[in-house]
Write a protein that binds this ligand. Structure first.
Ligand code: NOJ
Length: 748
């Protein structure tokens, strides 16, 4: 045993001894606090600052390359965390250096972007949100945590909880869409799924709610761009999912790259100290986004990097991802009395506390076990779960009797994404394999059809002008019963730094659809889409007979999509984000304000009304839209009362009957409209949803409960309800007219 291992052993026998006395959560917290403090009493200021520094292990590149000399920092005991490095072997190797070669042997924290799966990749987050299946999303996070933790990871930079209302922004693919209520539910599911019920278990990982806050509102949908919004929008729309994450126990937060009302998020003590810590009581740790601390200089908010470090630590940012500013300047800032050393102590304490909670001080290698890694990665049950999630995330946007496919039909299978195994897992696919592991749509369809029934050709590329494949595509289409096209974006076209001004299907793909429509006019065309954002599908909508939005469906995507195409899974997903008619309608979302001059009909010709002169206001496909192979009939919507008091519960009942020819799931949505407010309220707000299953011919009574809590909003000063009239509806999408009302009475 060398001298360092010896120090570690002494320190930890003391810590383990105190751990044995834990009997309840409070005591555990107190014990953790005591243990952290006793460890910190041994630490130099340099070692404490070391805990506030994180560098990339360079196995993956998720930002500008920065030279960091991270191995020297690690050996000197001046590096608290690493990211972009994984596998049981590699993490163990690095952890050994931290534990056995440094003075105090403090274990490293390994983070990574485990966004929609780790190895087994689930549909991109926007796609999975379309399932509205909270349990399934939670399960996907649990599986991701199982796999990631078996490769030595302790912490994921997820969930991403930005509200996304601008399809030009590439990062809408990572979020849960445009709606607050749906995003809140999904926030809790991800946090609970990643963190499980006991962080000290070796298969649970810390979650990280990001990006705090307002990132989704970047002007013009251009990534990293400026954000300006009033307190109303901030509190009612952008903050709630983060509050939901805190309430669910999220252990960490990440800053956003944008400025918010003139103050960059990474230097914004209003959001991090006043709201997150003081108002919401968050006591986990905050990490900056990648190089975001030194970007305070570029923003024009800090004079230089030293000033940037000062602003960030004062704003409550505990861990510096990649900027180097904390490493270079925190000690100097203390020496020059620009910051109080307590700021460093607080940051270090929070990070060490997370390491304790993970059990790293009991056994720093517990996450890096080769045998568990081998048993865990790509388990059959995980691949099966991913197949189910892919099916549950496919939104049937349009269907004029073209789907489902029958096993007897011959199909012309055309498009650049038919055989794709690279793009299908989407952007931010963590350690997911792009070289063959994923199931292509071709393979999925082949599992239902004989080879002779599939006439395949690529037809064109995703994003070039090459039309040389059109001829063959047309000739195959002529020989088939139906034309099935698999088209869309490549995975680089969404995600970080992937904003688009044109949200049409790229390249000559739409031209190929036009050519097929023209040359083979009597055959049904089914368009299967892969993409990471709402696209402008106005042309495709008029050229095709069915459109199935599969997003990027993940490792088992081909099977999941084929299950939908052949009716094994009757599509049930609903759009979590509006699909516009054209880029000119953006931002477009369902829960808008009425304005003083709303249009009565969707009529572009009305004078002096809030409309366009060249387009309807309505989108192509609204939020909440998604078809099924069967029909669900909604009737007898009844309210338990037409007046409620603030302590009452309103029951809202609806009768739903499956009147079609297939069994299926339906996502039943409840919306309200608070008609008059001390600040104006949106014309519609989702306040509940339920996924139900009905066999053909079956009938169900579905009940929603609404309480005062559900009706609250932030009025500029506080969250409250105001007495008055509310409209209420239960519907299969956000496209409906209210017919029922109730009144909220205060002191009733
Ligand atoms: C930058 C991204 O904004 C963030 O979401 C991600 O977690 C980090 N890079 C780390 O890769």
């Amino acid at each position: 045993m060398n001298k360092h291992t010896f120090t570690f052993a002494i320190l930890f026998s003391f810590l383990i001894f105190s751990c044995a006395k834990n009997t309840n959560t409070n005591q555990l917290n107190n014990d953790t606090y005591t243990k952290v403090n006793s460890l910190m009493s041994l630490m130099t200021i340099k070692e404490k600052i070391g805990q506030t520094i994180m560098y990339s292990g360079d196995w993956d590149v998720t930002g500008p390359v920065v030279s960091s000399n991270n191995m020297k920092l690690l050996r000197d005991g001046n590096l608290g965390a690493m990211f972009n490095v994984y596998s049981a072997k590699k993490t163990k190797e690095l952890q050994k250096i931290a534990v056995e070669e440094t003075r105090l042997g403090i274990p490293l924290l390994f983070g990574y972007d485990v966004i929609h799966g780790f190895k087994t990749i689930f549909p991109i987050n926007l796609g999975h949100a379309a399932s509205w299946d909270i349990e399934d999303i939670k399960k996907s996070a649990r599986i991701a945590a199982e796999e990631a933790s078996s490769e030595g990871l302790h912490w994921t930079f997820a969930p991403m909880l930005d509200i996304g209302r601008d399809p030009r922004w590439g990062r809408v693919s990572e979020c849960a869409g445009e709606d607050v209520f749906l995003t809140n539910e999904i926030a809790k599911a991800y946090v609970n799924g990643f963190q499980g019920d006991d962080l000290s278990k070796h298969n649970t990982i810390l979650s990280c709610a990001k990006h705090f806050v307002g990132y989704g509102a970047a002007q013009a949908g251009r990534d990293y761009n400026t954000v300006n919004m009033g307190e109303d929008e901030l509190r009612n729309v952008y903050l709630p999912p983060f509050k939901a994450a805190v309430d669910a126990g999220a252990e960490s937060f990440m800053t956003a790259f944008n400025e918010l009302n003139g103050v960059p998020a990474t230097g914004n003590s209003y959001i991090f100290r006043d709201i997150l810590r003081d108002e919401w009581g968050f006591n986990g740790f905050v990490v900056s986004d990648y190089t975001a601390i030194n970007e305070l200089v570029t923003h024009g908010f800090a004079e230089d990097e030293m000033n940037a470090a000062e602003i960030a630590i004062k704003a409550g940012i505990d861990l510096d991802m990649m900027s180097g500013a904390y490493k270079s300047y925190l000690e100097k800032l203390v020496n020059e009395e620009k910051i109080n050393v307590d700021l460093i102590n607080d940051a270090c304490r929070r990070i060490l506390t997370a390491k304790y909670k993970l059990g790293l001080f009991d056994d720093p290698y517990r996450y890096s076990v080769n045998a568990r890694e081998r048993e865990t990665i790509y388990k059959t049950e995980y691949l099966e779960a991913a197949r189910k999630s892919a099916a549950m995330s496919c939104v049937l946007l349009k269907n004029d009797d073209a789907l489902p496919l029958s096993k007897k039909e011959t199909i012309a299978l055309i498009g650049p994404l038919v055989k794709d195994k690279e793009n299908i897992i989407g952007n931010w696919a963590a350690a997911g394999d792009r070289n063959g592991k994923a199931i292509s749509i071709y393979q999925g369809i082949k599992s239902y059809l004989n080879d002779t029934n599939i006439l395949y050709t690529k037809g064109c590329d995703i994003n070039t002008n090459n039309k040389s494949g059109f001829k063959k595509a047309i000739s195959l289409a002529k020989k088939a019963d139906k034309i099935v096209l698999v088209m869309g974006e490549n995975y680089h076209m969404s995600g970080e730094a992937a904003s688009r001004t044109n949200i049409k299907i790229p390249g000559v793909q739409t031209q190929l659809i036009k050519a097929l429509r023209k040359e083979v006019p009597n055959k049904q065309i089914i368009l299967i889409l892969m993409n990471g954002r709402p696209l402008d599908l106005s042309e495709e909508d008029s050229l095709t007979d069915a459109i199935l939005e599969t997003w990027f469906p993940g490792t088992s995507g081909g099977y999941g999509v084929a299950d939908v195409l052949f009716g094994k899974y009757n599509p049930s997903a609903k759009l979590p984000i509006t699909f516009p008619r054209s880029v000119g309608q953006i931002p477009i979302y369902y829960n808008v304000k009425n304005t003083g001059r709303p249009i009565t009909l969707d009529n572009p010709k009305e004078d002096y009304k809030s409309n366009y002169i060249d387009s309807p206001n309505t989108p192509l496909y609204p939020f909440g839209h998604g078809l099924s192979y069967t029909n669900f009939d909604y009737s007898d919507i009844t309210l338990s009362s037409n007046k409620i008091g603030t302590s009452d519960t309103l029951s809202v009942l609806v009768n739903i009957k499956n009147t079609g020819n297939y069994d299926g799931h339906e996502i039943v949505q409840l919306y309200i409209h608070d008609k008059v407010g001390s600040i104006t309220r949106p014309v519609k707000e989702l306040k509940g949803f339920k996924k139900i299953f009905l066999k053909k011919g079956e009938n169900k009574r579905v009940v929603f409960k609404i309480t005062n809590e559900d009706l609250k909003f932030f009025n500029g000063y506080e969250f409250l309800t105001e007495a008055g009239e509310f409209e209420i509806a239960i519907s299969n999408s956000s496209d409906f007219h209210f017919k029922k009302k109730f009144e909220l009475k205060v002191n009733y």
